[in-house]
Design a binder for this molecule. Sequence first.
Ligand SMILES: C[S@@+](CC[C@H](N)C(=O)[O-])C[C@H]1O[C@@H](n2cnc3c(N)ncnc32)[C@H](O)[C@@H]1O
Length: 523
Amino acid sequence: MGTAIAHSIEESRQVEQTRLDALKTAAERNKWGQFATPTPLALSLAAYAHTLMGEHPVRFLDPSIGTGSFFSALLETFAEDRLEAARGVELDPLFARAAMDLWAGQGLHVDQGDFTTQQPAPDVRFNLVIANPPYVRHHHLSGDDKERLKAKLMQSLRLDISGLAGLYCYFMLLCHDWMEKHALAIWLIPSEFMDVNYGSTVRRYLTEHVTLLHLHRFCPTDSQFADALVSSVVVAFRKAPPPPSGHSARFSFGGLIESPDTEALVPLDTLRQSHKWTQFPANPHVVKTDDLKLGDVFSIKRGLATGSNGFFILRKEDALKWQIPNQFLKPILPGPRNLQSDTIEASANGLPLVATPLFLLDCNHSEAEIEQKWPSFFEYLQQGKKQEIHSAYLASRRVPWYSQENRPPAPFLCTYMGRSRNGKHPFRFIWNRSQATAHNVYLMLYPKGPLRDALKERPELEAEIFEKLQNISQDLFISEGRVYGGGLHKVEPKELAKIPAGFLLDGLESTIRKGQQLTLVMA
Ligand SMILES: C[S@@+](CC[C@H](N)C(=O)[O-])C[C@H]1O[C@@H](n2cnc3c(N)ncnc32)[C@H](O)[C@@H]1O
């Protein structure tokens, strides 16, 4: 759905978001809690809201609207005539202005100001809140602010809260008064409140004041979302007292909210008695090591697709020649043919020790800013434009076109394609001990679940795991992957994930076993 106008405003919004983000340093953005929701996640939450809203007309509120990513996602997801009212609040005048300029014509009303000081008008109540509130830590809140917020919370919900609570807790709790009865709320917040003492007020609110529907926690090693969302959880509830008995909330983990890796229903009574909610879904699957697959112990992703390696991947001398600032250059591994060894060692600052070091161009600044500050780098981009790199399929879908997907370095890589010759293994595993990322000639293997925990505790196990990966029989690969003409084999992430991996844990089980059972998060 979504009209052509809304699509084109969304494109402008993404450009505006990048421009406004670049005006502040990372420390300033931290203080304001300014981390925009990535578009795919905003769309996923809007789609989720759509499934829960039934046929009701929507009166939408976003108390920290930024440039309006959720409003945009609603326009994309709901039929145009379903949106009866839409309102956003935003403290930063630049973001408030941007949201107004972008979306006023689509029916969004924006108030510039501090949401926590505002009072809902008695006759206005919203039936849908989707919010990604500022993740401002308590030490950025003044003593006076805390007093005021605590007093307001006491007055509204008769709840006391610890002085260590971050601003996001107050946002969620104070929003209660803005919602009408049975309104749906979907909050994207840090998962910290699930386990720490200061989170007890939020946990109490969710189990005693409203009807908790679902908590979905993103897998911290999942690289599909920006870094700021690494430990985030989506909390969905209705403004209605919890049913007197028998209610369970859905707890899910990993993957997307619409297709989580694991899930379980947890009775409210269990939640009320528990101080640590990240234990749910508890022991989702107990897997016998015989049944274990690579996808159970690794998150497997294709390396990043630049759209034009020749332009976006540079040698050091070219980066120097064009005076591209270091901040826009990430180390990236050369293709497998140019790797002399299967183990990539690193320099003290994490650079891979390879014959020809390469760098990935990844920049979020606007062209106007680049032109002003780094004219030679700007000239390089213009050369790219002359070659129409910016309008090619992948680059034209990125904003700006010279930014890249987020693919943190992975400790293990597997070549994506290979040819079997003279009984040689067609696929090669690489042990990447550097901080270099990789492009899509590789699959990237990020350890997850108990394997990740074990490696964190005992990093020296990496060598053992690597050796075992190298010993995977090539027949297994070939049966899971595909064969092309001339004996060329390809293996996709999903295919690699299906390869049995019980042998990986032989001898490691005592490290990986936690308590009595080997518990694994299934893919
Ligand atoms: C995490 S961002 C989310 C923005 C947007 N909703 C999104 O999802 O992309 C939080 C936003 O809240 C704004 N903000 C910070 N403190 C605020 C306050 N006290 N009242 C209203 N907005 C605030 C920030 O400027 C920032 O734009």
